[in-house]
Write a protein that binds this ligand. Structure first.
Ligand SMILES: Nc1nc2c(ncn2[C@@H]2O[C@H](COP(=O)(O)OP(=O)(O)OP(=O)(O)O)[C@@H](O)[C@H]2O)c(=O)[nH]1
Ligand SMILES: [Mg+2]
Length: 229
């Protein structure tokens, strides 16, 4: 049985660092990957340290590509875990052509994934980015509910907060927001537990597990489609 987790969020939120460090946390020393978009298409094998050096940080090589890291036999009962590092969500309206093709790749990745993890940057104080991320989160929660996928949302960069992580509750997209740090690995244990505890077959009940009912994202009409191509 294989498991695929798509990681989504705006640029700089920590998607790439999360994928590499979560794979390493699960026991991977090297990562095989495929990538498409951002003017690139290819595959490769890197150590986790090499992947961090080459792939993390704004403007790093292939930023804007959708990249799939595959790790083997690390998370029982799954034989393979695919971590899909999607292209950054962009707020521009209308989206420039190049961004539309990246968004198309991201939407295809979401279709393939069993689980979708949306990352928000807890250290970000820009209200426009927060509002956009919140709308994107609501849209994705609604999409996952309709498609029978499991949706997680987490606040990354908790290590940058002055308050002790875990002592404060955050909410986004109408949900409780667990605080994690892709850098320090805080919250990874809980995330692993949540992944193992939620089988794709039980998607609708697991969705309720993360939906704490703050705000209304259960409307019959669904959320406004903010991912227009
Ligand atoms: N302090 C801290 N920094 C982090 C954390 N996660 C990511 N970063 C830093 O944030 C910056 C962006 O991280 P990336 O993983 O490249 O972000 P991304 O979401 O992949 O960005 P794009 O590829 O542009 O979409 C890097 O400098 C990371 O080292 C975290 O949990 N804590
Ligand atoms: Mg990245």
């Amino acid at each position: 049985m294989n498991l695929s987790l798509a990681v989504i969020g705006v640029s700089g939120v920590g998607k790439t660092l999360f994928c590499i460090n979560f794979a390493e946390y699960l026991g991977a020393c090297s990562l095989s990957y495929t990538e498409a978009g951002g003017g690139r298409r290819g595959r490769g094998l890197l150590s986790t340290a090499g992947a961090r050096r080459l792939m993390v940080g704004r403007g790093r090589c292939a930023s804007g590509a959708v990249r799939t890291f595959t790790v083997h036999r690390l998370i029982k009962p799954y034989r393979r875990l695919a971590l899909i590092d999607t292209a950054a969500l962009q707020q521009a309206e209308p989206l420039p052509r190049r961004e539309r093709s990246r968004l198309r790749l991201t939407l295809q990745a979401l279709e393939r994934a069993d689980f979708i993890l949306m990352l928000l940057d807890l250290s970000c104080s820009d209200p426009a980015v927060r509002e956009f991320s919140d709308r994107a989160g609501r849209y994705l929660a609604d999409y996952c509910r309709r498609q029978g996928k499991i949706f997680f949302v987490a606040g990354n960069k908790a290590d940058l907060l002055i308050k002790t992580p875990g002592k404060e509750r955050f909410f986004a997209a109408g949900m409780d927001l667990p605080a994690i740090s892709a850098l320090t690995r805080a919250g990874f244990a809980l995330l692993k537990e949540a992944l193992l505890g939620a089988s794709p077959a039980a998607a609708s009940s697991s969705y309720k597990m993360v939906d704490q009912g703050h705000g209304d994202n259960s409307g019959e009409e669904g959320e406004e489609d903010i991912f227009r191509l």
